[in-house]
Every structure is written in C-alpha cells, then in structure tokens.
Design a protein. Structure first.
Lengths: 163, 540
C-alpha cells in the first residue's frame, strides 16, 4: 500500500524548507495571480478544444477560470481551504519554480512547460502532488464541459427540451 | 413546466406544510417533537412516513437544501453543487476514491440512478452465519422488501434498455455470461436519462415525492439547511435533544444560530459518513471502539469502450442491465467479487472521470456519443482482509473517510478491468480504455489482456469511484460486535435508533437503496409499536 505523505512531510523531505508551507498557510493568493495561474493551467489542460481565434480563446479561458471559482465555492469548507492552499502555493514564485518546476511566470509559461509540470505531478510518487493534479484536472475539465458552448464540440446535443 | 408534471412538495408547501429553511432564521429556535429524524434520505424518509402515519409528532432535519421536482433542470452545473455532498467531489482521505453521495431533501434517493435490488440472500446468510445477526433471514426480510417495492413502484424495467446498457447485455451474451434487467423505482418514467440531476418529471419514486410529502401532509416538520451538530446526552443512557446549527446563506458553513429540538426518541439517518460522525461529535459511548469503523464503498473501477455506431449514453434510463456473474466465482469471503453495471454519460461526469488532459483527452471527448462505459462495483467487507475504511473528524468537526485501497482490492480490480474489456470487445468495441493514468487504451481483446495484466494498480493511478457508502454504525449480535442491534437500536443509548446504510456490517453487493428501505420499514414499524406502547408485532 502506498505511504501517505502529508504536505509538510513532502516539503521537508523534498525541499528541506518549511518556509514555503508557512507562507502558503498564512497568505492568500492575490486574485489576479490566481487567475493567471489558472489561465495557464486551463490553456494546457484544454489544448485541443480551445478555439483558434485569440480573442475567442481568451474569452473561453476566462469563462473556464470563472467556472473553476464557482465550483470551488460549492466545495466543503475543508476542501475550499485545501484548494486555496494549493493555489496559494502555486502562485508563490519560489514554490512555482521548486515544487511545480515551472521557471517562467504563469503569464509567460507556454502550454508545453505547464503540461510538463502537470505530468510530473500526475505521475509523482507523492500522493499529495498526484491528488493536487487530480484536483486541477477535475476543476478545469469540469468547468469547461459544464458550459453549453462546449457541447457541440463533442457531439452532445444538450439537455432535452421536455416541457 | 408542463401541467402534466406534478410537484407534490411545492403544492404541499403552498397549502401550508411545515418547512423551515434554517438559513432564513434570525434567532435561535427551540422545537419539541416525539421523534427527531436526522437525515431525509432512504432511511429517514421511510421512518418519517411510518411515524407520522402513527400520529407521532415528527421533525426531520436535513443539512442540504429543499429542491423540488420543478427545480430540476438536468444541468450538471446546477445539480452537483446543490444536490451532492461536497459538489459531487467528496474524496477519501488520500483522494483516491471519488464519492457520489446526495445532499438535499431526499438524500441520495433524489439523485440516484433508480436501481432497486433486494439485499442479496448470500449477504443476509453471511450476516446470519458469520456475524450472528440471526433474525435477518431472506424469508424474514422478504415481506418488508415487498412492501417497499409496492410503496415505491419498483418493477423490472419493461422498456428496451438504452444502447449503453444494451451493449453490456450483448457482450455478456456473446461470452455466455448471464446479464439481467434491473428493477427500478419509477412510475410513468419518461426514459430521459437525467436521474442523477434530480428527476424533472417526478417519475422517480424518491423520498422527495413519496414518503416525505406523505409525512408532511400528516403534520411532520421539515427543517432544511440545518447541520445536526450534536446529540445532547443526559448522563450515559439517554439523548435529550438534538442541537443543530443553521447554515449561512452559502449553504455550506454553519453560522451562530442554533436550533434545539427536544424529543422522546432520536433517529439518526445521516448516511454512512454523516451518522457515525454525528455520534462521534456527540461523545456517544463507544466502549468497543467500533464507531466509524468498517465503512464500505463498493469501490468501483471504470472501463470506456468506443463503438462505430452512436451510443448516446446520456439518453435513456441510466441503469437497466446488470450482471452478477462475477459475484459468484468464489465464496463470498474469498477473492472479492464484483457486480457489473453502467453509468449515465454526461459531459462533466465523463470528462472529469477520464484520465489525462490536453489533446489526448480532447480526442477521447470527441468520441463522446460513441462511448460506452461499464463499471464494476467491487463487493468489500467479507474477505477477512477487506476491512473497509474509517470515518474520522477534522478539527472543525466535519467528517472524512480514510479508506486505504489494499492488495485484496487491487487483485479484484484487475479481474474486473479484464472482464469489462472482454465484454466490451465481444460487443463490438473498436477500442477499450480502462480509466487509468498509464494506458492509452487497447485496440483488441488480446492487446487488452496483456496490457491490463501489466497495469500498475495503485491509488490515484487507477480511477476508483463510489456511489454507495455503507457501514460505520454496524449492527451486531452484541455490544462487542456492533454499534446497534438488528433493529438499529443503539446498544448504549436507550432512545437512539440508527436507520440508514451505516448499520450494514458489510457492503451489500448491490445498489443499497432497497436494502435501506426494507430494513428501515421493519425497524421503524417495531419502534413505532414500542413508542405507542403496543405489543411488538409478531414478525418472522
């Protein structure tokens, strides 16, 4: 059976620093930083379905980020806190570089760099990072496919008109 | 809204039924009742109707909101945050199992997929033999199941299965595996396929349109969006009151307004995570350390096949075909068996369940109308090493389930992934993909057979989901072996009955709603006789 690794263990073992953890626990990600991070993640997760035109693409990403935030608002208080800590961690530049392995700022990171980060977490030997990947996966894809605008692209006719 | 669809709950509220939305309270409230029922799902709903029919004053407490038939618009974006625990994203402690569990008036019965199986005779025989719960024989339970089948319109589905289910039947037949038609609790079902978002026509005979309106028509009071915080005990033998905390406007966080309900008797029916958690928060005596232990999930693995013709897995009754073939390959306490069924396919549910992201994920999503999904519900809790999970409390008192997936489980999961792929290829699939992070899928059965044999089956690599939470307040033949007795009566507190899936001492080995209805009907009928000072009815 897999050994559970808490975030604290991970940071101590993996980085030798509890400074980042302390930071993530006591500050909240600025809304703009968080939106920039989520937009970069959404762009990579949704590669293959985003519209080609830059303006439409930008609008679709913004709507998805807004959808992610609405989804988080519906989670339990405990889950909201966990996700909040994850986002805060990712928006702190040192953590972004060391834990996520993304050297560019979120605003300038390309899909390839973000995809590599997502795959590292997806296949990580740390359950904490695998779980964080799964959260990003579910939040972004859930927000995207909840939108009626996304349905024609997958051949889904939408909910039936029954009344 | 068409005039041919009735919304019994809304009509009743307009006629003056007693409903308190706790988020609207501006001051503390004290209520009195004969019986308080915590939870309005399968157990609480049945209890409410039976007790209100006997003329007892009943108060039903529900943490989720009151959504009624005309609120259901078949939108995942509305249904998951409003009708499910933790927005349908409830996870086990290590995040390896995603749990679908209801959280609105009607509990999981409002959002389940209507499959209605009696408790399998082999499960009851195991409880009787290995666990000493002698009174619950298949014969003794049969009249209670029959009564609830009658009450809730349970009938074997007489309409053609949708293609998603027909493929399961076809593939199984090709391989000589028996597959059968599922009994469903519906009346006048329109065969639309959106049961999981609340039935928009009122056809599903959930508690929301059956027992709860019936109880409220007889004077029962419903308090929604109230978190049952703790039972207040008088010494160590009796419960005197329930203290609830009104949720704030977000429907998630409790505020400062308290609702205290005093009663003669207390029924806990908050589901297999909520019920043990309430007893733990209340400091209910637990001399043998059994509370919250042995919580089961039917941990489920998922296999997606792609077919040449359209499947349209979102349309039509979501579950109509099943196979129990693989439950009967070994003794019940041997290697874990599994039940095969199908889930409905909806864009959010499917997209979030599928592995991967980016172009690879997009490609799979483009096959959406051609995708058929089969699920294998693994029967946990019988094998000596299959001990399930444990409900624990966070610092804020909210519960979570720690359920380690072990080798005994993964051995069964591998057999299940193989069985599902073989059936899907036998039915004509062009490609089969187990939902697992390390496989792109397979183009033939021979490829799948080799590939699945080599898959690393581990938490968070192999997708595991659950829609059935059972156990945690297990019944037993003595206080050393159970939290409650076979009637759901708490062993230490004389006026406390547990009445939901938490009393099951193992998993059920089938979708559990009818098991809960039947046992609740039996146990609350006996309780009603006690409360009214009548002789206990002679039951088998």
């Amino acid at each position: 059976m897999m050994t559970l690794v808490t975030r604290r263990d991970f940071l101590k073992a993996g980085l030798g620093g509890s400074v980042l953890l302390a930071c993530a626990g006591c500050v909240t990600a600025a809304a703009d930083d968080e939106a920039e991070m989520l937009a970069a993640v959404a762009s990579a997760v949704l590669a293959g379905v985003l519209p080609a035109s830059p303006a439409q693409r930008q609008a679709a990403i913004s709507e998805t980020v807004a959808g992610v935030r609405r989804a988080i608002a519906g989670l339990s208080a405990a889950a909201q806190k966990e996700v909040g800590e994850l986002f805060t961690l990712l928006t702190l530049a040192p953590a972004r570089r060391l834990v996520a392995g993304v050297s560019s700022s979120w605003g300038s990171a390309g899909d390839e760099e973000v995809s590599n980060f997502l795959n590292r977490w997806r296949y990580s030997r740390f359950a904490l990072l695998q779980g964080a990947y799964a959260a990003l996966h579910d939040l972004v894809l859930g927000a995207w496919y909840a939108r009626p605008e996304a349905w024609p692209t997958i051949g889904y006719p939408g909910t039936p008109e029954i009344f | 809204m068409g005039s041919n669809v009735r919304d019994l709950m809304r009509e009743g509220l307009a006629a003056g039924w007693n409903h308190i939305d706790a988020t609207r309270l501006s001051a503390n409230l004290a209520l009195e009742a004969d019986v308080v029922i915590v939870g309005s799902g399968a157990g609480g709903g049945v209890a409410a109707e039976l007790l209100a029919t006997e003329g007892l004053r009943v108060v039903i407490v529900e943490e989720g909101p009151l959504w009624t038939t005309s609120d259901f618009r078949m939108r995942e974006a509305e249904a998951y945050p409003n009708l499910y625990q933790e927005s349908a994203a409830r996870k086990t402690a290590d995040k390896a199992v995603n749990i679908l569990q209801g959280r609105s008036v009607g509990g999981s019965t409002t959002v389940n997929w209507t499959s209605s199986f009696r408790t399998p005779p082999e499960t009851l025989a195991y409880w009787q033999g290995a666990l000493g719960i002698k009174p619950l024989s298949a014969e003794a339970m049969a009249p209670w199941f029959a009564a609830m089948e009658h009450r809730l319109g349970v009938r074997t589905w007489a309409v053609e299965p949708n293609e998603n289910n027909a493929i399961l039947a076809r593939g199984a037949r090709q391989l000589g595996i028996e597959a059968r038609v599922i009994p469903r609790n519906v009346r006048g079902c329109w065969n639309i396929g959106y049961c999981g978002m609340g039935c928009p026509t009122g056809a599903k005979q959930s508690m929301l349109v059956t027992t709860l309106p019936s109880a409220m028509a007889k004077g029962a009071t419903l308090v929604s969006r109230l978190r049952a915080e703790r039972l207040l005990l008088d010494g160590k033998q009796r419960v005197v009151a329930l203290r609830g905390l009104a949720l704030q406007a977000d429907g998630i966080r409790p505020g400062n307004i308290e609702v205290t309900i005093r009663a003669r008797h207390f029924i806990v029916a908050g589901g297999a995570i909520g019920s043990p958690a309430l007893l733990m928060r209340s400091g209910v005596p637990d001399p043998h350390g059994l509370l919250g232990q042995r919580t089961f999930l039917h941990p489920t693995v998922v296999s997606a096949g792609v077919f040449k013709d359209r499947v349209d897995g979102y349309a039509g009754a979501p579950q109509s075909i099943y196979s129990d073939h693989f439950l009967h390959q070994h003794p019940i306490d041997g290697p874990l068996g599994f039940k095969l069924e199908t889930p409905p396919l909806h864009p959010v549910l499917y997209a979030t369940t599928l592995q991967g992201f980016g172009e690879g994920h997009a490609e799979k999503m483009r096959d959406f109308p051609h995708a058929q999904v089969t699920i294998a519900l693994v029967r946990d809790g019988f094998h000596p090493q299959s001990r399930g999970g444990r409900v624990k409390l966070r610092g804020d008192g909210s519960p979570y389930l720690d359920y380690p997936l072990d080798d005994v489980y993964w051995e069964a999961a591998r057999r299940a992934l193989l069985a599902m792929a073989e059936i899907q290829f036998a039915a004509g699939a062009g490609r089969v993909t187990p939902v697992h992070e390390e496989t792109p899928g397979f183009a033939s059965w021979s490829e799948a057979k080799r590939g699945i044999a080599d898959l690393r089956l581990k938490p968070l690599l192999c997708r595991v989901v659950s829609a059935h939470v059972m156990g945690g307040c297990a019944m037993g033949d003595s206080p050393a072996r159970g939290v409650v007795d076979h009637r759901g009566r708490h062993f230490q507190l004389e006026n406390l009955t547990v009445c939901d899936g938490s009393v099951f001492p193992t998993s059920i080995g089938a979708n559990p709603q009818l098991s809960i209805y039947g046992l609740a009907a039996r146990n609350i009928s006996l309780l009603a006789a006690d409360l009214l000072g009548r002789p206990t009815p002679a039951i088998l």
